[in-house]
Design a protein around this ligand. Structure first.
Ligand code: HEM
Length: 272
């Protein structure tokens, strides 16, 4: 067996254990996959292309400052969920495990396969300037989305729209982010529903004592963040129209953009 084949086998065992653990009737909509996907994104989404720091390498959310960053509230659920997997496969780094688990989550929910590769290492000590207060604020608008995704992380506008399409799964929790509700009626199924709902529903501001968010005018069951609504504007809009019509194109673009996300700032030392 070549060394490449051997390493594929090694990760396959981890993949299988993650998939086996995802379903849980008592948690949210019946699966830990959405919150695990969010962990992979938040671990990676701190990357700064100008400062050349942040990103998934190092698994720096293991340390206090980043774990306590307000944007990461609730991600202890995902980190704890992965602990037994880490205990069983002690050789894998947290940085690889968290990003691999996010990719496995997408595929497990019916989304595209992501060509993840390993090689990230865990930092042994917290950096003096941990990458905090960098993740996007859902209450803001178009300029903020452009600053964070295009300006700081280095994505194109199209990649940005593809990535935010991950809101097709999961939900907001008022005791984590302050926002409340799911984006689609199928929160454990990865599809292009997010774009369809965004375009086809009438969205009204939710009247409540919480942060500014939108709900569908019909029965108020579904939600959108102000940053999601910003995708209806230029320069994003044409890609929302495209992905609402063409699920395969969304899957292809999401797979490529998500791989780029989990590899931001990763030097792939000793690529496995
Ligand atoms: C402007 C960009 C974004 C903003 C402002 C944003 C904000 C949020 C907020 C406020 C929540 C609710 C958290 C909670 O209360 O539990 C959430 C959930 C989620 N986000 Fe995002 N997000 C953004 C982009 C992304 C991207 C790029 C991805 C992945 C590629 C992603 C994946 C998810 C997932 C899967 C959930 C559901 C988590 C769960 O069900 O527990 N988001 N996001």
């Amino acid at each position: 067996m070549s060394s490449t084949e051997a390493s594929v086998d090694k990760y396959d065992a981890v993949r299988k254990d993650i998939v086996k653990a995802f379903p849980d009737e008592d948690y949210d909509d019946g699966s830990f996959a959405p919150v695990v996907l969010r962990l992979a994104w938040h671990a990676s989404g701190t990357y700064d292309q100008n400062k050349k720091d942040g990103g998934s390498d190092g698994a720096t959310m293991r340390f206090k400052a980043e774990a306590a960053d307000g944007a990461n509230a609730g991600l202890d659920v995902a980190r704890n969920f992965l602990e037994p997997i880490k205990a069983k496969h002690a050789w894998i780094s947290y940085a690889d495990l968290w990003t691999l688990a996010g990719c496995v989550a997408v595929e497990h929910m019916g989304g595209p396969h992501i060509e993840w590769t390993g090689g990230r290492r865990d930092s042994q000590a917290e950096a003096e300037n941990p990458p905090i207060n960098r993740l996007p604020d859902g209450a803001l608008g178009k300029d903020h989305v452009l600053d964070v995704f295009v300006g700081r992380m280095g994505f194109t506008v199209q990649e940005t729209v593809a990535l935010i399409g991950a809101h097709t799964v999961g939900r907001c929790h008022s005791n984590r982010s302050g926002f409340e509700g799911p984006w689609t009626e199928t929160p454990t199924r990865f599809s292009n529903q997010f774009y369809k709902q965004l375009l086809n529903n009438q969205w009204v501001e939710k009247k409540w004592d919480g942060p500014r968010q939108f709900v569908d005018a019909e029965d108020g069951e579904l939600m959108m963040l102000p940053t999601d609504m910003a995708l209806l504007e230029q320069p994003f809009r044409e890609y929302v129209d495209l992905y609402a019509k063409d699920k395969q194109k969304f899957f292809d673009d999401f797979a490529a953009a998500f791989l780029k996300l989990v590899e931001l700032g990763v030097s792939k030392r000793g690529k496995l």
